[in-house]
Design a protein around this ligand. Structure first.
Ligand code: ATP
Ligand code: FE2
Length: 331
């Protein structure tokens, strides 16, 4: 049975088709690039409304199937921007009703982890999920994916994006900052903030912007932001590893494509004789295949959702979700 997954928690629309065995038959996405400023929830919703039908058609064409051959619809229920989530849920319900197939609503963060496990072969990792909207260290413990550490304010990707925007580097900031950092000549001291298992990036952002206004070079700042922020991420991941005694690390989310972060995390893993895993880049950021694959897992273990249970959950916590397939692998 084929599952078509629709993603749209933030500004990227994604559609993917995945079969029961976990073969990804298609993966189509379209990001909304704002002309200036940040992402407006309503604009994200309009973007999804415009792109979902087109991406669905393209995904079917890529997979070589007709829409009528889809047996299950999966969509991201949350966490995310309200208007964006509602557009995705409406599209998913309409599709499920018109095709007369079952529907499941799934947790976006767990989607990142499950596509990571599927594409890397990691079985039970400590996951570092870093994106524009989320920064969490997650591991399976006592029946659930638990959040062992997270940002207390903004996500690391959001911090990179805000710095880039305020310094005229455009959006998204992550890739530009990564390139600039390669040309740096010196490290500029910035606030390093780890509180127990949690981290904070807003002080670092403010300090970096002040130094930029005071004339510090953008290359040096980009480098220093990366070194400081990524060291914080590596430290909390290392702590979660020690606490959970797991022997695998999975890096996922849009920021995971950053080479420097990858190298730092890989080095820490080597020191601890722990496996380091990272999905191929096309599965790091938000995508429809992760929603389709998680849909397959949820449907297999829990069955379909009743239509009245397909409401969106803006603050859908990772540890609210039952993950019976993990309990089974634990047994
Ligand atoms: P989520 O809904 O999970 O929060 P998102 O909407 O932020 O996801 P993603 O595609 O997962 O979407 O991630 C986008 C983020 O990744 C942006 O903040 C962007 O700056 C960052 N990013 C992309 N490429 C790089 C890179 N090379 N280095 C660092 N950050 C990057
Ligand atoms: Fe995401």
């Amino acid at each position: 049975m084929l599952c078509l997954g629709i993603e749209g928690t933030a500004e990227k629309t994604g559609v993917g088709i995945v079969d029961e065995a976990g073969n990804v038959l298609s993966l189509r996405g379209k990001p909304l690039i704002p002309e200036k400023g940040g992402i407006h929830p309503r604009e994200a919703a309009e973007h999804h409304a415009k792109w979902i039908p087109r991406l669905m058609a393209e995904a079917c064409r890529d997979a070589g199937v007709e829409l009528g051959e889809i047996g299950l619809i999966s969509f991201s229920r949350g966490p995310g921007l309200g208007p964006a989530l509602r557009t995705v849920a409406t599209a998913a319900r309409t599709l499920a009703l018109s095709l007369d197939v079952p529907i499941v609503g799934v947790n976006h963060c767990i989607g990142h982890i499950e596509i990571g496990r599927l594409t890397t072969g990691a079985s039970d990792p400590v996951s570092l999920y870093v994106s524009g909207g989320n920064t969490q260290v997650i591991a399976f413990n006592e029946g659930r994916y638990r959040v062992f550490g997270e940002t207390l304010d903004i996500a690391v990707g959001n911090m990179l994006d805000q710095f880039a925007r305020e310094s005229g580097l455009g959006h998204p900031g992550g890739p530009v900052i990564e390139q600039l950092a390669l040309k740096a000549s010196e490290y500029i001291e910035l606030p390093y903030s780890v509180k127990g298992m949690d981290i904070s990036f807003s002080g670092l952002l403010t300090a970096a912007l002040r130094k930029m206004e005071a004339g510090a070079g953008l290359e040096d700042l980009a480098y220093s932001i990366q070194e400081t922020a990524f060291s914080m991420l590596v430290e909390v991941t290392e702590r979660a590893l020690a606490y959970t005694e797991k022997n695998q690390v999975l890096l996922c989310g849009g920021v995971a494509v950053n080479r420097r972060l990858r190298d730092m995390l890989r080095e820490m893993c080597q020191e601890h004789h722990v496996e380091f895993h990272m999905p191929p880049p096309e599965y790091c950021g938000d995508n429809g295949a992760m929603i389709a694959w998680l849909g397959q897992l949820v449907y297999r273990y829990r069955g379909p959702d009743a239509l009245e249970d397909t409401t969106v959950v803006q603050r859908y916590r990772t540890d609210e979700v039952d993950v019976p397939w993990m309990r089974e692998s634990e047994a």
